[in-house]
Ligand binder design. Structure first.
Ligand code: GLA
Length: 402
């Protein structure tokens, strides 16, 4: 994992800023992290409970006003040149090869009444792209915080998260839920966030893993959320909700539940066999049982029962693998290798799926052994070389004061 101290990140992004934009007068620095989701997968858009933690991997942005009324100039340490768009014609930014997350966020800030003018910004990201660790949310949230602060906006963490989500939904074509942006905006070091995505109520839960650490195992198969099955799953669960409501009404209930996660496991058992499409039925079973698993997982974690927490992670993985079918051969090979390692307390895929990472709870003294064991088996099964990061939790979006 990228252990670069924050001072080094600031120096690096400042250097690139100077190379691209000439000087660094009036520069401010902001950061927003990626996240790992511990349990509660693919249910944020069903009003469910999720349990993510912000990472120390983050996107750092160096930013200042550039004195123009509406010209935005963007750069990044890993991308050549400068991308430009005009605040008065954000639609034109859709054709940029890079910079549309930022443009989408600026559009949302304008809609919130923030008078965004011209600015220059340079990005440095340590969140691996396409690894299911919310690199896009970290760009959206860091941009939202930086630009709103620069132009006098005062947004709460939740408002920042919602603006980022709307940008991704309407400007970038991914119909994502609120989990990633919320974790990026609101994360807290050494804690995970139990978030009710239906109400946005949340609580911080200390992430006490005893002698164990979290290891992220990257399949190095990039997931492409937009192009993948993500939006298809959203359509399937919308159909699932309509089916459950129909069945509920047929039982004489005049006001059925409004989201899938409001259904209890008992109600699921009663209604599910009447869902006509078997695929939709599997998706609904995943959503309702996953929501129940999150409640249970937080309870056992708070009680210090780490083995039970790990067991729930494994069950959650099987549900997303066999019922929600959002994993794929790479994630499956990584998971299978991890759970056959005797020092692994729990493992599951994390994030949108179809590639990306698994998250593993492993005894701190056996990290190297785990990586060797799982890496060898994963490569033998898939031909890919994985990457491992021992993961630290960190704080949510903030200004970096030097
Ligand atoms: C992606 C989305 C989130 C969430 C997860 C799956 O990360 O951005 O909103 O749906 O997938 O839990």
């Amino acid at each position: 994992m990228n252990k670069q101290p924050v001072e080094k990140k600031i120096l690096e992004v400042r250097k690139t800023f100077k190379e691209r934009f000439g000087d660094t007068d009036g520069l401010r620095f902001f950061a927003a992290p990626g996240r790992v989701n511990l349990i509660g997968e693919h249910i944020d858009y069903c009003g469910g409970l999720v349990f993510p933690a912000a990472l120390t991997l983050d996107t750092v942005v160096a930013i200042r006003k550039n004195g123009t009324p509406s010209t935005v100039r963007l750069a990044a340490t890993t991308i050549d040149g400068i991308r430009t768009f005009d605040v008065k014609d954000i639609e034109a930014a859709r054709s940029l090869d890079w910079g549309n997350y930022q443009a989408g966020v600026v559009r949302e800030l304008l809609a919130l009444g923030i008078e965004v003018g011209g600015f220059d910004a340079c990005y440095l990201s340590s969140v691996p792209f396409g690894a299911g660790l919310s690199s896009s949310a970290s760009i959206e949230v860091s941009t939202g915080l930086a630009v709103s602060k620069l132009f006098g906006g005062k947004l709460s963490g939740a408002e920042l998260a919602l603006a980022g989500q709307r940008a991704e939904n309407t400007f970038c074509g991914v119909n994502c839920g609120i989990m990633d942006q919320f974790a990026s905006a609101m994360g807290k070091k050494d804690h995970a966030i139990l978030l009710n995505c239906g109400t946005l109520e949340y609580k911080y839960v200390p992430l006490d893993l005893g002698d164990n650490v979290l290891i992220l195992a990257n399949t190095c198969k990039k997931h492409a959320l937009g192009a993948s099955k993500y939006n298809e799953r959203r359509r399937e669960v919308a159909e699932g909700l309509a089916e459950m409501q129909r069945i509920e009404r047929s039982r004489g209930v005049s006001e059925p539940h409004k989201t899938l996660c409001e259904y209890s496991v008992a109600e699921l058992r009663e209604y599910m066999c009447e869902i006509s499409d078997p695929t939709v039925m599997m998706r609904v079973i995943h959503v309702v049982t996953e929501n129940a698993r999150v409640k249970e997982a937080v309870k056992v974690l708070e009680a210090g029962k780490l083995d039970e927490f790990g067991e729930l992670l494994r069950k959650a993985n099987n549900s997303i693998r066999y019922l929600y079918e959002a994993t794929g051969s790479e994630l499956d090979a990584m998971f299978d290798a991890a759970v056959s390692f005797d020092g692994c307390v729990g493992a599951r895929m994390t994030g949108g799926g179809f590639g990306g990472c698994t998250v593993n709870i492993v005894n701190a003294s056996r990290v190297a052994e785990f990586e060797e064991y799982v890496g060898t088996r994963y490569t033998a099964a898939t031909g890919n070389v994985p990457e491992f990061y021992v993961c630290e939790t960190g704080d949510g979006a903030r200004e970096l004061l030097i």
